[in-house]
Design a protein around this ligand. Structure first.
Ligand code: SAM
Length: 287
């Protein structure tokens, strides 16, 4: 971790992303990057990045966005890829082309001691929804921006609009207990689904010109490799993997069977496309 102490209220998330969550994402990095590639492309387009810019990639995970950003700002620019997850940063470091101006740092975005006013852009693909006190985290991030700096990130809209995650989860619930119900202010993948909450948090953190653009797409969780690949993906990533964590083999087999049955009607050739719904968020910041 960086020398700055992490926010204690983020301890559960930090444990998860350094435990099962981080390990699963690291081992499935190639698959995840194919599934989520259209969202990275869309978010990068909204960020309007220019060569030479200095960018923070918040929750950079296994490095897909940090590498893409590095290519866009090279050679004179700089990317700081910040993440709490040791296993995911290790995967990012393995695949980072050495010629890119990307620095990977393990630290908590809520407390990380940025040099003030040093960055042009704060960017993230799905790395900003896990803060216990998001207004505090975003205020800390905003201090890293120069006057007139910008924010651009992608986050999920409501669960009901994201069957790619909810369909397998509902099938899993035929065999395992439901995950604890999250409160409206709790961190999690859907914590920014409510546009009013998201605008309030960014406003409290001092951002202006906040814009939320809905972005709808079909996510092929099979990556063209058929129904078995889709079932494996559903079992290993996201809410379903949390719900089945620690279950015995017989239960896991029954869950896999139910997920297969639920996904089968959506198969098209090798693909299993399911609807996904994202906010592409942009704002202005800087002191
Ligand atoms: C859903 S993953 C997305 C990873 C990556 N951005 C991608 O799109 O592949 C969420 C990421 O946010 C990171 N994260 C969660 N809380 C964080 C915090 N407080 N500070 C920095 N990173 C955090 C996690 O470790 C994880 O890498």
């Amino acid at each position: 971790m960086s020398t700055t102490k992490a926010d204690e209220r983020n301890a559960d998330q930090i444990a998860y992303w350094n435990g099962a969550g981080g390990r699963h994402w690291a081992s499935r990095q190639e698959h995840q990057d194919i599934v989520l590639a259209p969202i990275l492309t869309a978010a990068l387009a909204r960020a309007a990045i220019r060569p030479g810019e200095r960018v923070v990639d918040i929750g950079c995970g296994c490095g897909a966005s940090a590498i893409a950003l590095g290519r866009l700002v090279a050679p004179a620019g700089r990317v700081l890829g910040l993440d709490v997850s040791g296993p995911m940063l290790a995967r990012a470091a393995e695949r980072l082309p050495p010629e890119l101006p990307v620095e990977l740092v393990q630290g908590d975005a809520t407390t990380y001691a940025f040099a003030p006013g040093n960055f042009d852009l704060l960017f993230s693909r799905f790395g900003v929804m896990f803060f216990a006190e998001p207004a505090r985290s975003f205020a800390n991030l905003r201090r890293a921006l120069r006057p007139g700096g910008r924010l651009a990130f992608a986050c999920w809209r409501a669960p009901r609009e994201n069957p790619w995650m909810m369909l397998p989860l509902q099938a899993a619930y035929e065999h395992v207990p439901r995950l604890p119900q999250l409160g409206p202010e709790d961190p999690g993948p859907f914590s920014f689904a409510d546009p009013a909450r998201l605008e309030r948090i960014l406003g409290q953190a001092g951002f202006t010109a906040i814009a939320l653009e809905p972005f709808d797409l079909a996510l092929d969780i099979a990556t063209g490799k058929g129904l078995d690949a889709a079932v494996n993906a559903a079992l290993e990533i996201g809410a379903t993997s949390r719900a089945i964590d620690g279950q015995p083999p017989a239960v896991l087999a029954a869950v896999a069977q139910s997920i297969r049955k639920a996904l089968a009607p959506h198969q098209q050739g090798g693909g299993v496309p399911l609807a996904g719904a994202v906010w592409l968020v942009t704002a202005s910041g800087g002191e």
